[in-house]
Design a protein around this ligand. Sequence first.
Ligand SMILES: Cc1cc2nc3c(=O)[nH]c(=O)nc-3n(C[C@H](O)[C@H](O)[C@H](O)COP(=O)(O)OP(=O)(O)OC[C@H]3O[C@@H](n4cnc5c(N)ncnc54)[C@H](O)[C@@H]3O)c2cc1C
Length: 385
Amino acid sequence: MYTVNSDQMEILKKLTQVVQKSIAPHAIETDTNGTFPKASIQALADAGYFGLTLPKDVGGMAQPPRVFVAVVEEIAQACASTAMIYVMHITATQGILKSVTLGERESLMRDIAAGKHLTTLAFSERGSRSQFWAPVSQLTANDDGFTTDAIKSWITSASHASSYLSSVQKPGAESPMEVTLYIARPEAKGVEIGQGFNGLGLRGNDSLPVTFNEMTVFESDLLTKQGEGASMMLEVLLPWFSIGTAAMANGLCRAAVRTTAGHLSSTGFEHTRSQLRDLSNLRSRLAEMSVRTEQSRALLAHTVAEMENPTELTPLYVLQSRLAGIEAAVDVTDLAMKACGGAAFSKHLNIERLFRDARAGWVMAPTADHLREFVGRALTGLPLF
Ligand SMILES: Cc1cc2nc3c(=O)[nH]c(=O)nc-3n(C[C@H](O)[C@H](O)[C@H](O)COP(=O)(O)OP(=O)(O)OC[C@H]3O[C@@H](n4cnc5c(N)ncnc54)[C@H](O)[C@@H]3O)c2cc1C
């Protein structure tokens, strides 16, 4: 679907082996116990996938957006929690790659590519909730550089990541949109990590609140120049996050279509000697699921081609892809629940896990509400904010 060359196909074939051997076997336990999928993430690190999109001279694989989405879609079919952790990691990695201010940029990228450093995003704050573009925390200058107090409300991989790519208002900002991005370290003085993520879906995510109490931010930790974080957010992080979460949604949809088709074809009524697939209403649901899935995948395939050769329409495609993906995942997994009935409601088909995991994409910012607003604004020539 995402049109890859033969070298890229080899990367994907190797990934399939990693997924089958080291990720899929942990998916149920991850969901049931709400535990971070440590072994799955380690398997991706060991096989080099932490550096998928980093340049070869730092040990990365230098792969474009189309390979990223194909990788995420494959992982998500087995374990959406692992896929989400990976999307956050690759998105933050892109920020590090594009930084012109970060002190340890090169060594950080080498550590990431070597599988020694997991990173993530820390944008959401208690005070600005889903409106990630407007942090309420602020930097204050001092002799060591800066300090900040922040209540970051959700950080995926919070107690397992080696760094958090964070947002803050620049010192003396006159508007919350005067954002600076920086790297925070979980082991820094003043960092307090919450405990026990217990979500409806993506239960392995370790998405916890983290408080920064008078935490020092050194000049060399700045990922952007002061007040120039919004452009990195919108031009680098938002696109990679959007295509990654769209790919995750597409993976959930594919898993739902496959499992539903398998169930309808293999289960039946003894008294009429017929199968579930002989009921036209169930076939109709399955057809709708498949159409929604392939529509979303086709839009994403077009969007990654746009990102690789940008035009003025690329940002619009990026937003639309995420919107189409997260809405398809909610609808397709809902249809799967209805098509498979009690067999889906119970846990043995795995469909209820897909249904719960799919709800998370809708809630994460930019939410479906924000995306509708952004797309409508872009189409009518209004500024996004
Ligand atoms: C599993 C999971 C993992 C997450 N991981 C991370 C992470 O790693 N890093 C991170 O920074 N954040 C993360 N988040 C947080 C996420 O991105 C959102 O910030 C958070 O879920 C929003 O919380 P809220 O619904 O309380 O927000 P609220 O802002 O209270 O939203 C409530 C409702 O209002 C709507 N709404 C809000 N503003 C507008 C508007 N302007 N126009 C129309 N409707 C609006 C929303 O769409 C939503 O339906 C994660 C969330 C989840 C669920």
